[in-house]
Design a protein. Structure first.
Length: 165
């Protein structure tokens, strides 16, 4: 099970890093448009909220203990939220910067806003995939744990409020 724990730590670090990148780029954009009506910025506010929640949960669940695997339903919800944010950002870009997956002509000088938006979209998608992988890993861990908890051919279930001792 050490491989599962190591993979979980790697996924949590990736989730935290990707969410921080999205939060930084998106937060800079929101800061530059701080005097604009919030009804026009709702998709960016949603993306920023998902990024902030992702950073918080990734930090909390980064601690490697078995309880971090039972949060797979929350991992799935965050993954869906990231996919929604990805879709909202892709819909907003709407061919203003060319085809969404056309990475030709992207420069690293930081002056091109299309570069920032395509970066935000890419890391939103990668974050959604990492959260989905954490969901699958959590489901695998829970079902494997239930299979190994057999006693005399029957499952012995422990209540969530009782300790192992």
């Amino acid at each position: 099970m050490i491989i599962v724990d190591l993979l979980s730590i790697i996924l949590r670090l990736a989730e935290m890093a990707f969410a921080a990148i999205v939060a930084g780029i998106n937060g800079h954009y929101l800061h530059t448009l701080r005097h604009v009506d919030s009804r026009q910025l709702w998709r960016f506010i949603f993306t920023e909220a998902v990024a902030g929640l992702s950073i918080l949960l990734a930090i909390v669940w980064l601690i490697p203990f078995s309880g971090s695997f039972i949060h797979w339903p929350a991992d799935f919800v965050i993954s869906v939220a990231w996919f929604v944010a990805f879709g909202l950002l892709v819909d907003w870009l709407d061919d203003n910067c060319g085809y969404i997956f056309d990475w030709g002509g992207i420069s690293l000088d930081g002056t091109v806003s299309c570069t920032r938006w395509k970066t935000t979209i890419a890391f939103s998608f990668l974050s959604a995939l990492c959260w989905l992988a954490s969901t699958i890993l959590g489901i695998y861990w829970v079902h494997r744990r239930r299979r190994t908890a057999r006693v005399d051919g029957a499952y012995r279930r422990r209540r969530w409020y009782r300790s192992r001792i």
